[in-house]
Design a protein around this ligand. Structure first.
Ligand SMILES: NC(=O)C1=CN([C@@H]2O[C@H](COP(=O)(O)OP(=O)(O)OC[C@H]3O[C@@H](n4cnc5c(N)ncnc54)[C@H](O)[C@@H]3O)[C@@H](O)[C@H]2O)C=CC1
Ligand SMILES: O=C(CO)COP(=O)(O)O
Length: 331
């Protein structure tokens, strides 16, 4: 099977290398010439992985025509680029293709989940199914082949199993699942929790606070996910608690890092002025705020993150306000 990976950033590169390690036919498509050249000429992607030597067989291109004839297209671009990239490739696809989504978040205007965006943008006769390859996985660790487990989630079990078999190896183990709603909502909202976790660390809070954040954050994710038809048990799995733990506790997480800076400075100003990284939780916080309000879903942690990011509320006040809400039962 021939796979084209769209996006020569950190996750696209790491996942393409998995396929190359598995002796699959794979090509990376990128818009950034420097990243593409670095992969082809130096077997590196220095912008994201400074000292990592990539599999020398891995190749990249800036020619989008490479999508023609692909059996699988893996979209490894930020959520904001999924809609335009799908429209771009739709004209080039010439048979039923498995589209793999790895992005975590929502469409910025329509609030759709990534699978919904892809199904809307790709013609039915060109789409076998959407498979979301998601779970606790920092590219920085996968690219150096550290043991990792993630899910292949799809409404089409056969395609999920195909993706499971293509990507699994000694360092990457893929499970399958079909709760598209629960899984996609879990991996999107955990980014907001990771920002909150970073903020709390930046403010100087330690282990007790992080455990509280992860535990109560998971309850918010369940509340939101179940409201929209996700299964509660999904949140106990890799796309729920698994991804929540890895992003709320890791120095690799860009969402955590953003939060840490905001907490440390007790201000969002410098983050918005200087950030150039993919921090998906920022846009997700805005969408969750809007949707939760419309649907009457209680999301206190997400709401405080929204107030910090978009309403100028002081991070230190938010942490305190969460503590002095009306007391209640845990469950
Ligand atoms: N980096 C990671 O460890 C993981 C990332 N993800 C998710 O994967 C998605 C992609 O993120 P990363 O690879 O981390 O971001 P990144 O910032 O490392 O790379 C993004 C890449 O997308 C490219 N790009 C942007 N717009 C494009 C377009 N229209 N056409 C082609 N290429 C375009 C950029 O040039 C860049 O190469 C995000 O939603 C992220 O949440 C999920 C799991 C792990
Ligand atoms: O989704 C991720 C790990 O599972 C990557 O997290 P960040 O986007 O916060 O770096």
């Amino acid at each position: 099977m021939r796979t084209v990976v769209i996006g020569s950033g950190s996750w696209g590169t790491a996942l393409a290398q998995v396929l190359q390690d598995n002796h699959q036919e794979v090509l990376v498509y990128g818009v950034a010439e420097a990243e593409v050249n670095d992969i082809n000429e130096n077997h590196k992607n220095s912008k994201y992985f400074e000292d990592v030597e990539l599999n020398p067989e891995l190749k990249a291109t800036t020619d989008i025509q490479c999508v023609k004839g692909a059996d699988i297209v893996l979209l490894a671009v930020p959520t904001i680029a999924i809609d335009p990239i799908c429209h771009q490739i739709n004209d080039l696809l010439d048979k039923k293709t498995i589209i793999i989504n790895v992005s975590k978040g929502f469409h910025p205007e329509t609030n759709e989940r990534m699978s919904e965006v892809i199904r809307r943008c790709i013609d039915e006769d060109k789409l076998s199914s959407v498979v979301s390859l998601i779970g606790p996985s920092h590219a920085e660790e996968v690219v150096i082949r550290l043991l990792t487990t993630i899910d292949a989630i799809s409404l089409n079990n056969e395609d999920a199993v195909t993706v499971q078999n293509l990507f699994s190896n000694q360092y990457l183990r893929i499970y399958t699942g079909n709760d598209e709603i629960g899984s996609e909502l879990g991996v999107a909202i955990k980014n907001v929790m990771a920002i909150a976790s970073g903020i709390l660390s930046g403010l100087g809070y330690q282990d007790n606070t992080r455990a509280a954040l992860i535990t109560r954050g998971l309850q918010e994710m369940i509340r939101y996910g179940v409201h929209f038809g996700g299964q509660q048990k999904t949140f106990m799995g890799l796309t729920g608690i698994g991804d929540l733990i890895v992003t709320c506790t890791s120095v690799h997480s860009r969402n955590f890092e953003a939060g840490y800076q905001i907490g440390k400075e007790n201000s969002v100003e410098n983050f918005f002025k200087n950030n150039t990284k993919t921090v998906e939780g920022v846009r997700t916080a805005k969408i969750v705020h809007r949707v939760a309000k419309e649907n009457g879903i209680d999301m206190p942690i997400c709401e405080e993150v929204y107030q910090i990011l978009f309403n100028g509320k002081l991070p230190s006040d938010c942490a305190q306000d969460l503590m002095i809400r009306d007391l209640k039962k845990e469950f």
